[in-house]
Design a protein around this ligand. Structure first.
Ligand SMILES: Nc1ncnc2c1ncn2[C@@H]1O[C@H](COP(=O)(O)OP(=O)(O)OP(=O)(O)O)[C@@H](O)[C@H]1O
Ligand SMILES: [Mg+2]
Length: 331
């Protein structure tokens, strides 16, 4: 078995949200691979299916959704664990979720319980994954606290001895994000899925978190799936990039190829809409079209989507805002 065999292989994954106006196809025959020690960036605008893809890999999708087809295979040495067709609560999925693959969720505030200190919450994950179940209660508590302090130190938290007893709301946004990363690392995952881990942060903190994840990935030899709508962030952290649009793969390429030689028209449009850091402040190029995919129509950026004769009743939401006009634009 070679090291270049993927750790994770997603093939033709489809996820649907049934609704009264018809099925909404959130992920449509999507394939991706994650190799050992690499950062796979997933980029796409809001609603393109990045989070649904991430949640599918851990089988923690909202109840209203269903996996319509495809496979998700995690390689565990010589064994392969198929997760898309297994029960979400079955032994196959449980052997991977939160053990071999963990996730930092998009909203740090909702990922932590407000009722418990971050030390207790991270400590619980540490005890679950790293300590023998028959360890005495007091020893368990002491050991999980020590390991939690180590984790908080490894994510660059200053004075962890004090912050370990803080409640989530007592931490700044940057510290909360670090605590969340510490919790994601508690199980020493092979793959960490980071869903927009920097979106809520200002530019300086964003850079710090990206540097932190890059360092952790180097030191711990783990792979990262880094989800973002921001091509600037992708350029900083990813080795390969999957571009998504309306739940589909538009293009997957090594990061340099993607920036220097984008193949797909949608990727080119994304590039044009990206603000340049050094260039003059010019209006960004908007991409008009619909972001709400309907099963009947797959016309890319169809400007007449709301008048489509084949559409079953409702109009798609028009995306007329500035794409990626985030805080990165004016620097
Ligand atoms: N809870 C839900 N109920 C109904 N439909 C949903 C739900 N979550 C997602 N969807 C559908 O799936 C599509 C993809 O959503 P997803 O959250 O994966 O987008 P995203 O790329 O992560 O966007 P963002 O950048 O805003 O986080 C949405 O456009 C929507 O149609
Ligand atoms: Mg999302």
């Amino acid at each position: 078995m070679s090291a270049r065999e993927p750790l994770l292989r997603v093939r033709e994954l489809s996820v649907t949200f049934p609704s009264r106006e018809g099925d909404v196809s959130a992920v449509d025959r999507l394939s991706l691979e994650v190799f050992p020690d690499e950062v796979l960036g997933i980029v796409g605008e809001s609603g393109s299916g990045k989070s649904v893809t991430s949640l599918s890999i851990l089988r923690v999708l909202p109840k209203r959704s269903r996996i319509d087809g495809g496979t998700i295979v995690f390689r565990d040495g010589d064994a392969e664990i198929e997760m898309a067709q297994s029960s979400a609560d079955g032994p196959e999925v449980r052997s991977v979720r939160g053990r071999r693959i963990s996730m930092i969720f998009q909203e740090p505030m909702s990922a932590f319980s407000p009722l418990h200190t971050i030390g207790n919450q991270i400590g619980e994950a540490v005890a679950l994954h790293n300590l023998p179940p028959d360890l005495k209660r007091s020893a368990r508590k002491a050991e999980s606290r020590l390991q939690t302090l180590d984790l908080l130190r490894s994510v660059g938290m200053p004075n962890p001895e004090q912050l370990i007893d803080s409640y989530p709301h007592e931490l700044s946004g940057g510290m909360r994000q670090r605590a969340l990363i510490a919790m994601g690392l508690a199980c020493h995952p092979d793959i960490l899925i980071a869903d927009e881990p920097t979106t809520a942060l200002d530019v300086t903190l964003q850079s710090q978190i990206i540097a932190l994840l890059s360092r952790l990935r180097r030191e711990q030899g783990m792979s990262i799936i880094f989800v973002t709508h921001d091509l600037g962030v992708i350029a900083e952290i990813a080795d390969r990039v999957l571009v998504m649009y309306l739940g589909r793969e538009m293009e997957t390429a090594p990061v340099d190829d993607l920036f220097h030689n984008p193949k797909h028209p949608y990727t080119k449009a994304l590039m044009r809409s990206m603000p340049t850091i050094s260039g003059p402040l010019v209006a960004l190029v908007p991409i008009d079209g619909m972001t709400l995919p309907r099963a009947h129509c797959r016309t890319m950026r169809c400007p007449r989507a709301d008048k489509c004769p084949g559409r079953p009743g409702t109009s798609g939401r028009l995306l007329s805002g500035w794409l990626t006009a985030t805080r990165r634009d004016i620097r």
